[in-house]
Every structure is written in C-alpha cells, then in structure tokens.
Design a protein around this ligand. Sequence first.
Ligand code: PGA
Length: 218
Amino acid sequence: MKYIVGNWKSHKSLHEAQNWIQAFSSYNLSEYEGKLRIIICPSFPLISLMKDAFQDSSLIYIGAEDISAEPSGTHTGEVSGEILHGLAEYVLIGHSERRSEHDETNQIVADKVQQALFNDIQPIVLVRSPQDTIPDGVVFVAYEPVDAIGTGHAQDISQVVEMKKQLNLPIGTRYLYGGSVHSGNVNTYMSHPDIDGIVPGKASLDPHEFYELIRNSF
Ligand code: PGA
C-alpha cells in the first residue's frame, strides 16, 4: 500500500473546497483501490465537509493538520483529540511550519502524538532531521527537509533514502517524503521500494494537478 497525503495548509475557503470536491470527484480512481490510500488534510473548518464528501470512498481518507497537546477543556481555540475523533482518521503532527512558527518542541510533538493515539487518530509525524525525535507508537513518519518545502526544489531521491537509514525507524514504520513533490517528479519517489508515500502541499491544491500526480505515481 502506498500513501499520498495532501497537505492543504492554510488554504481554501469553503467555496474553494466545494469546487475542489466537485472537480476531484469527477475523476474515476477505482483502478487505485487496494494499492493506494489518499489522505487529504484540510484546515479544521473544512474537515466535516470533506468527510461527508468522501465518506463512501475506500480510497480517500481525511486527516487534520494539527491537534491540541491537551485533552478537551478550558483551552480556547484548541482542537482536541476528542473533538477530532470520528472526524479525522489521521493527523499531521510537527510540520516544520508549526515547529518554526509556533515553537513546537519534540515534547509538544510527543504530547500531541499521545492525544492522537488516545483518540484513535493515526499520527503522521513530520521530521526535518534525526534531531526531530519520533515518539513511540508512531507508524507514519514523513521526512520533510526545510529547503525542499514550497521551494520547487525537491530533495534528491538518494538523500531521501539515506535519511530513512539515519532515522533508524522501527520495522513496520511507513516512511513518506514531502517537499516540492508534483506530477512531474512524483514517480521517482512513489516507485522507490524504500518509500511508502508522499506529502504534497502545493500540488494537492489544484484538483487536476493532484489527479495527474496520482496517475503519475504508478
Ligand atoms: P510542498 O509542501 O509540496 O508545497 O513543498 C509540502 C509540505 O509542506 O508538506
């Protein structure tokens, strides 16, 4: 099984998301069933809309882009694991944008992972290097080198494979790569036996480009 995790980041109004759903739903993806799982991670307000749109799909799943490090309680503005339970099946934790813009430490990442696992949400931990530690129980690890994110300069496949060794992942961990993956370079990563999937940001925003990316993955 290979994984494509679309990270929408802080993009898309309600109207734009509705248009995306309409356009993307017009494509027939049945040939990928059983060999691919597509996980779309929209902003919190769009999760419910996306979940409803794809609830009958065995190919498309919904993830959150973040989760509170705290359980439900008096934490205004926070979205806890209890809230996300039943809405998102996956959650991105420790994206470099959150680590740098919101001072997310390895300890905060570990607390968020705990909240996700406790609420039956599969954490996808994003790391920039082996200094970003991977908490126990994490099955999905995405390597996202900072200089490849949003720059158009994806990291060379040999370095991505080398990083997998350096991360020393437990057997069974799914290893993903993110950073400027698009329909033109996706096959290099998706066809590599050491890489279980990819995390496209920009290339997931346009439904037609995203479909091309999926097609070119195999
Ligand atoms: P990008 O983003 O594909 O736009 O480089 C990837 C990510 O930050 O997850």
